[in-house]
Design a protein around this ligand. Sequence first.
Ligand code: PMP
Length: 368
Amino acid sequence: MNIAEKRFRRVFNFSSGPGTLPLPVLERARDELLSLDGAGMSVMEMSHRSDKFGEILDSARKGICDLLALTKSYTVLFLQGGATMQFSMVPMNLLRNGDSADYVITGAWGEKAVNETKKFGNVNVVYDDKPGGYRNVPRQDALMFTPHASYIHYTSNETIDGVEFKYDLDGHGVPVVCDASSNILSKPIDIRKYDLIYAGAQKNIGPSGVTVVIVKKELLERVPKGLPALLDYRIFAGYDSMPNTPNTWGIYLVSLVCNWLKEMGGVEKIAVINAEKAKLIYDAIDSSDGFYAGHAERSCRSLMNLTFRLPTPELDEQFCAEAEKNEMSGLRGHRSVGGIRASIYNAFPKEGVERLVEFMSDFASRNR
Ligand code: PMP
């Protein structure tokens, strides 16, 4: 490979996160790297207190507000520490003394959230599909919440297992907290059902290092006094997400990704495209006479992370190795579960899905 080929080579990147970013966003960021809008410096070299960065922060926040049709009762915060830090921040800020928090576990990330929350107080697990192998999500009417729970937590899309809620969970008066790291902005949601949504940016919103937290302002009233400043939602809300230096580069990319998504037609339009892309792969699985076996129950198959297996782990490995040679990377399932995982977030191009489907058919015919 010569230097130009090395520099401009793009493969179909099925990584679960950090995942593929929209090409126009990368190109724009590249073009603005030396001088952002004539400022004579890149966003990474600019004071976070400058007017220019203030505009970028406003634009990123407005992007999220517009795309999710947030009302004035919500505020958008940009934090660091990943979604994992939210596993701790949520109970630290919202779990009232003596109360318990209800958790719905549909995969590995929900389980981690529970383990972290237990360090801070009482957890009531109202649903746990671990014995079933994390293939399912509960129906709304099968969930019984504790009447005075501080909140209910669930993971709208389990990235490792590939199971996704097809409805917005209703807390019937108990605040709903949702880890939407891997399907935020992939479809319209009924925002009224949510009291707090958090998401690491590195799948559908931007690069790693920024966490978006959307929180109902009234929920901030219960944040206890005396939390460490950088673990306190109220402080972030009071300081416009900047009690200290934020991830300026990350927030800049979030603003570009939101603008890209708006130009694409917003979440309504991307939801249609996402459903079409996922259908192509699920159809390939279902028409393979069992050569490919999908992991999730059909009714809760993720449109973002599509998980399946071949007849043997050796074939899984061979599939990934051959795919890599065909310009498709990142298809290995998470190290804890194996198999194959195709992550096809908003920015993943349909041509890449078509390439994978063609490859699946060819691979099956050669290895049955
Ligand atoms: N929750 C979900 C649903 C995730 O997919 C991930 C990361 N893959 C996390 C939490 C943890 O995110 P982070 O690495 O940003 O802490």
